[in-house]
Design a protein. Structure first.
Ligand code: SF4
Ligand code: SF4
Lengths: 129, 509
């Protein structure tokens, strides 16, 4: 399960909050993506299902906003022509053809790199929150 | 060859009485390998092919009807996308690849065509110069497809027989008409419908010619002639096709945009091939494994791109191809799913008697080749404009040395070289001033190591593109041993280009 972590306050810079949560919960967390700018930092992490609740709670206690990402990549099926331009650019293999050349989207694997959003000629893909 | 001989008339009679036997081209490949060509020719009357892919060389002729008071449209925009005029007063040609004035690559000709077919209202703006017969100078109105007298799709080059496969050797992502190409051969993109592709099923243009009735975006259209750049000699045949937009189905045409390249139109074309004899049956039995194309390195932005290897559609469709010992994921840009749908749709139209076949009224040429452009007024090559007296500096020099050199020589960019005189970096006047402020001392600390360079034989156009793309104002010219042999600067280019006024619009540096 993917979580979106967002923090605004700068003092958290000095706290190794991710490391603390990992140590406290023993959860094997993967960092899929990190966007940091002057006002905020957004982190997308992948957490094993059984530890999600505990991990989310701890991050909240540490002052971060936590949001479960239900949909990682939005696919507009009505716009899609099943070309497959998204397949080869995706680093994690989210897109595949089925046996009749229909595109299938396995969005759990998405790390929200947004490469496919640009690569789709039909504008059928978007990263939503 | 003996055996089956059928005429178009006989096949059309079977279409009319409902006894015709139609199969899609992919199924025909199986039938031919199961039954052999002789039986296949007996069993099958028509093979339907299909393709659905981005075809930039597409567009629509429009007649708007006359306004009151009348205008001779000198320029006209549909939803802010300019159509070509220069024909009669209210005729225009809307090209699929034309960009929106305002939204640029997010909207354009292909989208307007899709919106027209979808029945959406379109904002029209026109300007005229005013004449005694056409006094009006400005016009604004809203139209739908229904309001137009004619809307005829005429696509100068569609249904290309073969497409190249694109990949990218450089360390930058490229955004091309062949889609997003990741660095270092991380992906490859291809186009075309393989064994379903119309022209591969009739490579000698026996039944596809001028006047052949085809399926064009849901309407029944025609082959108008050979397409532009028709080059059957090396399997690059193309078709010019025409059809009535008012009969089209929005499912089979889609406006699209390739990031960083521009707008296009996905066009669905299906061509029925009458199986008149065993020879034609054999050709329509073609497999993905028989269709060969080339993988090109789009990292080289020249007309002649290096061919990395040959590849079949069978390998492409497996999703992985090998390039220089690496497994590279391959994606189509055209849609097999939709190509099949086109072929199926055409098949059922024939089966229910809605679509009759026609023989060409004239054969297409089979011996033409596509020539490159004749260019008589070229910008020079890098070697013709580069500054040859270049001051370089050793990587072991101090920042003070570099500052002195820049001041004395009046250059803003100084290439940094190694002991062996190879280029290892570049420093600019700006680097030096920030270095002084930050109290750096060694040159090696502050120089830029990833230097963008030029080759002396490179056309200036490509250097201009590099300067723009990397937002820099000068770059060193190096030889094969990375020794600096010159510098090209945007100042020098501007001076030269300034002399040739008509080129100026290209320069945005
Ligand atoms: S690139 Fe876009 S249109 Fe093509 S298959 Fe993927 S989502 Fe669909
Ligand atoms: S955002 Fe990145 S990881 Fe997610 S589907 Fe698109 S290409 Fe794949």
């Amino acid at each position: 399960m993917k979580l979106l972590l967002r923090r605004f306050s700068t003092h958290l810079h000095d706290t190794p909050y991710t490391a603390e949560v990992i140590l406290e919960t023993g959860a094997k967390i993967n960092i899929d993506r990190a966007n940091v700018d002057a006002v905020r930092a957004d982190l997308i992490i992948d957490v094993p299902k059984d530890k999600v609740e505990r991990v989310a709670e701890l991050f909240r206690e540490k002052g971060l906003e936590v949001k479960k990402l239900m949909k990682l990549i939005a696919w507009d099926e009505t716009r899609c022509v099943h070309c497959g331009a998204c397949i080869s650019v995706c680093p994690t293999g989210v897109f595949k053809f089925d046996s009749s050349w229909n595109i299938c989207v396995d969005d759990e694997k998405c790390v929200r790199c947004e490469v496919c959003v640009k690569a789709c000629p039909l504008g059928a893909l978007a990263c939503v929150e | 060859m003996t055996g089956t001989e059928k005429s178009i008339g006989e096949i059309n009679k079977r279409i009319e009485d409902g006894s015709v036997r139609v199969v899609t081209a992919d199924r025909m490949s199986e039938i031919v390998s199961e039954l052999g060509t002789e039986e296949a020719a007996k069993e099958v009357d028509v093979v339907t092919t299909g393709t659905f892919g981005p075809m930039c060389s597409s567009g629509v002729f429009i007649n708007f009807g006359h306004a009151e008071p009348p205008i001779k449209m000198q320029r006209v925009w549909l939803n802010d996308v300019e159509a070509h005029t220069g024909i009669a007063a209210v005729d225009a040609y809307l090209g699929a690849a034309q960009l929106s004035e305002d939204k640029r690559m997010e909207y354009g000709g292909g989208y307007v065509i899709e919106d027209l077919v979808a029945g959406k209202p379109i904002e029209v703006k026109a300007l005229g110069y005013g004449t005694d017969c056409y006094p009006r100078k400005e016009l604004e109105t809203t139209i739908t497809l229904e309001d137009l007298n004619q809307a005829v799709m005429l696509n100068p080059r569609n249904s290309a027989q073969r497409h190249e496969v694109a990949t990218n050797s450089t360390d930058k992502t490229l955004y091309t008409y062949m889609g997003t190409l990741l660095p270092s051969y991380r992906n490859a993109n291809y186009c075309g419908a393989g064994a379903l592709s119309p022209l591969f099923n009739d490579p000698d243009f026996e039944t596809i010619g001028v006047g052949t009735r085809i399926f064009l975006c849901g309407a029944s259209g025609y082959v108008a002639g050979a397409g532009t750049q028709h080059s059957p000699v090396n399997n690059f045949g193309t078709l010019m096709v025409a059809g009535n937009v008012k009969e089209m189905n929005v499912e089979f045409l889609k406006g699209a945009s390739f990031y960083g390249y521009g707008v296009t139109l996905y066009v669905g074309i299906g061509i029925p091939i009458p199986v008149l004899n065993e020879r034609i049956a054999k050709k329509t039995g073609i497999n993905d494994a028989d269709i060969v194309t080339e993988v090109l390195d789009y990292g080289v932005s020249r007309r002649e791109r290096p061919v990395l290897r040959k590849v079949t559609y069978e390998e492409l469709k497996s999703g992985l191809i090998e390039i220089e010992g690496k497994e590279v994921p391959a994606s189509p840009l055209s849609s097999f799913f939709m190509a099949k749908k086109v072929a199926e749709e055409l098949k059922s139209e024939i089966e229910v008697g809605k679509f009759l076949l026609s023989l060409p009224v004239e054969r297409l040429p089979t011996d033409t080749v596509c020539k490159p452009m004749k260019q008589t007024k070229e910008l020079p090559l890098v070697k013709d404009v580069m500054i040859r007296e270049v001051k370089t500096i050793s990587e072991r020099a101090s920042i003070a040395d570099a500052a002195k050199l820049i001041m004395e020589a009046q250059f803003t960019h100084v290439p940094v070289i190694s002991k062996e005189s190879k280029l290892v970096g570049i420093v600019t006047a700006w680097d030096i001033s920030t270095a002084v402020a930050k109290r750096h001392e060694g040159l090696a600390e502050i120089m830029t190591r990833a230097v963008i360079t030029a080759d002396s034989e490179e056309p200036l156009e490509l250097v201009i593109r590099k300067l723009e793309r990397y937002n820099i104002s000068a770059l060193p010219v190096i030889d094969g041993d990375r020794r600096v042999i010159g510098m090209v600067t945007s100042d020098e280019i501007s001076k030269l280009v300034g002399k040739r006024k008509r080129w100026q619009w290209k320069l945005r540096i």
